[in-house]
Design a protein around this ligand. Structure first.
Ligand code: DPP
Ligand code: ZN
Length: 885
């Protein structure tokens, strides 16, 4: 197949103004009649054929302006029909109607794209190209239509019938056991935002009044018996609706907003107009089944999909190359929401941890791509951390560059000017160029150049001259298809910390090479390969605090001394950089230890670092923040820092040794912290309570490292008495890392306590998949045969197999290649059922080139075996080939 390229974009030759769908739901033979009001696009090519997309369709009837086409003997001068395309060779040169009847089998749809079944319910997923699996259509985001949808089903099988927009009629069908519902969505939308749901579900209802007084009926629909578990999602929805009004001036626009939770879902959730469909993982929660992290994710995903109503639905994307226009922007919006709901600095730390864990390796490996790609073979493979997370970082960066006021005005202008259209990144940027009165050409490179820029900084203090000089330089390594990069515009928030005195005041008169505006905001802009700033009248050597708040998605290389890092951990006014200094310190220790371990030596001990962590614990700082500070970089973080010739076993040994040393050094304060933070109030999922649990469990984790015996008995007590999933799973996590009978008993007890609750059993699968022991792969294999596991369910696959590939560095990368072979074997099998999930699993190999030679060879061989399979889906083929290129 040839790639689709951005530069080949052409406006559609036809537009479809109206779509009337009539869907008769049936488990194996659903009938879909689609009546399309088509007209030639004035911007298209006159006289062009009309080419509609299909994907594995069976057409039963086609009529053009009421005239039937003879499908048995189709005249090739009139029309061409295959399961994947319908071409009307010479359509009328005026508006016309096209009527198409298809028959589809939702029960046979294992790809979970188009119309499929989840449990006994019918549901759809149409982004990116699922609508073409329902009927022939111009299945592209720049064709916007008004939909009317009539759904019909057996009343007993599907009492609930939902689609987009408002419900305008419903009723029984006389003389039958069937009923119908008629839905009308007045907002023109692309086909990827179409949705329907039919089924017998339990519901909770609420109401929201918008600030202009519109009453909106809210419904969340879940499996019967799970209604109470949807209460938090409802609460999060109402908070999201209120927040978007104040933070962005955006009101909801229909009379109804529905959310449906299903158990079989490829992604997290989907923002279909007025009818969001969710992976139930991001809806269902109770204190005894969901962790604090689950609650935070539910809040974020509910908000994310709701916010799409404006950024994605009212203004959609012209083509899939602009995916970040809706995704990056909407992730930015949900990050802002969560920051307002929780602690902003703590949230920032969590977001940056996630960016570095997921996006940085993508950007540094063979799958690197622009935030706005130039070409794709399979669009499903571009729902990536780069498009989502880096896409969000770029918006944040833009806000730092132009300031809050110009940013808000630019957003208002964007909503105003592009409402009801399918827009591009250029359209978006032009709004901010206008409100900020600034040329944003260089800024747009963030969309068009892949790779994470490296900012290197050298500092020099001249005591005699009382000057402090910072020399900045930026560079960016080549990425696939891009050998040379232009300099980016990189805002660097900074301060100079004088030990014991806080931040030095930065005044323009006291510096050379920075503008008044830059210094008054504490943000300098790096726009060229190099820049020097000299601060004058500096009485003593300050400690620079650079890239505060992670003001740009770059890697920062500054050889801070260890004592500088200790100063920052204790004294930086920027919380993010206090945390960052601790991470940097730990990484340094770990990198040196890894070298020593590989040379046959032992890890380094460093009591100053333990001391710095002790001060943070003694400080009574915000517990959520302290929990982040005492949580060491992960094994994957360290591998990424090392960047080449990576030996996961040495990393594991070094990291365990550091945890053990800290656990011993801080024994008393860890125990005291653990005791101090014991639960003493009824459960609340709010940030303060969650922060206390996070710190208590982080303290337990380090304590166990230092004293496995006493730690295990603490963990066992916590496990037995826990009344929240957060505390229960944290304790089980500790126990799972200690081989022996107690572990088996605890795992067994957890299973028995939660049997039948698939989302909780997913935690049990994931935890076992991540045990860093040689038996892990066998355990995963055994669990695949467990009755609670199903390869057909994406959540189960991600929990067990995905967690092994992404969360078990030593065993996935086992020296005999067994981890690689296992994953690629599953990928090839799963590809026949669900290519999207299979392709995602294969991307676990994204950093294979950074491994040491032996593993690199084994990983490459495993990837080559995948690439050599003749019957791969485009999804898996694309990932395999790009990984090897
Ligand atoms: N558009 C969806 C989202 O919200 C993708 N499943 O990210
Ligand atoms: Zn989204």
């Amino acid at each position: 197949a040839e790639p689709v390229r951005l530069k080949d974009y052409r406006a559609p030759d036809y537009l479809i103004d109206k779509v009337d769908l009539d869907v008769k739901l049936h488990a194996t033979a659903t009938k879909v009649v689609s009546r399309l009001a088509v007209r030639p696009n004035p911007k298209g090519r006159p006289g062009a054929s009309l080419v509609l997309d299909g994907d594995g369709l069976v057409a039963k009837r086609i009529a053009l302006d009421g005239r039937e086409l003879d499908l048995q003997r189709l005249d090739p001068a009139t029309a061409l029909l295959t399961p994947d395309q319908l071409t009307i060779i010479a359509p009328p040169d005026r508006p016309f109607t096209l009527e198409i009847e298809t028959e589809i089998d939702p029960s046979a749809n294992t790809r979970l794209m188009g119309l499929y079944r989840s449990g006994s319910a019918y549901c759809t997923q149409c982004e990116a190209e699922g609508f073409r699996r329902i009927t022939y259509f111009l299945d592209r985001p720049d064709v916007l239509s008004v939909y009317t949808v009539r759904l019909e089903a057996e009343l007993a099988e599907a009492p609930l019938l939902l689609s987009n927009g408002n419900k305008i009629a419903e009723g029984k069908i006389e003389g039958t056991s069937r009923h119908f519902a008629l839905w009308s969505d007045p907002f023109p939308k692309p086909s990827y935002l179409f949705a329907l749901v039919g089924g017998d579900l339990g519901s909770i209802h609420d109401e929201f009044t918008t600030r202009s007084g519109r009453k909106v009926a809210l419904g969340i629909h879940v499996e019967h018996g799970k209604e109470a578990f949807a209460a938090y999602a409802m609460d999060a929805l109402k908070r999201s609706m209120a927040w978007d009004e104040t933070a962005f001036g955006r009101e909801y626009d229909l009379d109804i907003f529905n959310i449906v939770a299903v158990s079989d879902f490829n992604m997290g959730a989907m923002e279909n107009k007025g009818l969001n469909i969710f992976n139930d993982k991001y809806v269902l929660a109770s204190p005894s089944t969901a962790t604090d992290t689950d609650y935070a994710h539910i809040e974020a995903v509910i908000a994310h999909e709701y916010f799409h109503n404006w950024t994605g639905n009212r203004i959609t994307c012209r083509d899939w190359f602009q995916l970040c226009l809706k995704e990056g922007l909407t992730v930015f919006r949900d990050h802002e929401f969560s920051s307002d709901m929780r602690s902003r600095p703590v949230h920032r730390i969590a977001d940056v941890r996630a960016l570095r864990a997921q996006q940085f390796p993508e950007d540094a490996g063979p799958l690197a791509h622009n935030v706005r790609p130039d070409a794709y073979l399979e669009i499903n493979n571009f729902y990536t951390a780069t498009i989502y997370e880096k896409g969000a970082e770029i918006i944040r960066l833009l806000k730092v560059l132009i300031g809050d006021e110009a940013f808000r005005k630019g957003m208002d202008l964007y909503f105003d000017r592009y409402d009801g259209t399918a827009a591009t990144i250029e359209d978006f940027i032009s709004c901010f160029a206008e409100t900020a009165q600034r040329d944003l050409t260089q800024f747009s490179l963030w969309y068009n150049q892949a790779g994470t820029p490296l900012v290197e900084v050298a500092a020099a203090y001249d005591a005699a001259a009382r000057t402090f000089t910072l020399d900045f330089s930026q560079s960016c390594k080549p990425t696939p298809g891009q050998d040379v990069k232009e300099p980016f515009v990189i805002p660097i928030a900074l301060g100079l910390v004088a030990e014991g005195h806080g931040d030095l005041k930065l005044a323009a008169s006291d510096s050379d090479g920075a503008s008044v505006a830059e210094l008054s905001r504490g943000v300098i802009e790096l726009t060229t390969a190099q820049r020097r700033i000299v601060f004058t009248n500096v009485a003593s050597r300050p400690v620079p605090s650079l890239l505060r708040g992670f003001s740009a998605p770059v890697r920062l290389n500054y050889a801070a001394s260890e004592s500088d890092l200790l100063t920052l951990i204790s004294h930086d006014s920027d919380s993010f950089n206090r945390w960052q200094a601790a991470q940097t310190y730990a990484s340094r220790l770990l990198l040196r230890s890894v070298e020593l371990v590989r040379a046959g030596g032992v890890s380094i001990r460093d009591e100053s670092f333990s001391g710095a962590l002790r001060r943070v614990l003694e400080d009574n700082a915000d517990p959520a923040f302290a929990a982040q500070v005492i949580t060491l970089p992960s094994e994957a973080d360290i591998a990424r820092e090392i960047g080449q010739d990576v030996d996961p076993d040495a990393i594991h040994v070094a990291r365990e040794a550091l945890r053990k040393a800290i656990g011993r050094d801080l024994r008393e304060i860890l125990l005291a912290t653990y005791a101090r933070l014991a639960e003493n109030a009824p459960y609340s999922p709010d940030a303060a309570a969650a922060g206390r649990r996070a710190l208590r469990n982080a303290a337990l984790d380090l304590f166990v490292a230092g004293d496995p015996v006493e730690g295990a008995s603490l963990a066992a007590r916590q496990f037995e008495s826990a009344d929240t999933m957060t505390n229960e799973i944290a304790a089980l996590g500790v126990l799972a890392h200690t081989p022996g009978r107690e572990r088996d008993a605890a795992l067994e007890a957890f299973y028995r306590a939660h049997e039948g609750d698939a989302l909780v059993i997913d935690k049990w699968f994931a935890l076992q998949a991540m045990i860093p022991e040689a038996d892990a792969l066998n355990r995963v294999r055994r669990l695949m045969a467990h009755r609670a596991f199903s390869i057909a369910n994406p959540n189960r696959v991600r929990a067990l197999i995905g967690a092994f590939a992404a969360g078990n560095q030593t065993q996935f990368n086992a020296l005999d290649g067994s981890g690689y072979d296992f994953i690629t074997g599953i990928v090839v099998d799963l590809d026949r059922k669900n290519p999207q999930v299979a392709a995602r699993l294969l991307s676990a190999f994204k950093s294979w080139r950074t491994l040491e030679a032996k593993r690199r060879g084994l990983a490459e061989a495993a990837l080559r075996r995948v690439a050599g399979v003749g019957t791969l889906s485009p999804d898996v083929k694309d990932i395999a080939e790009r990984s090897l290129a």
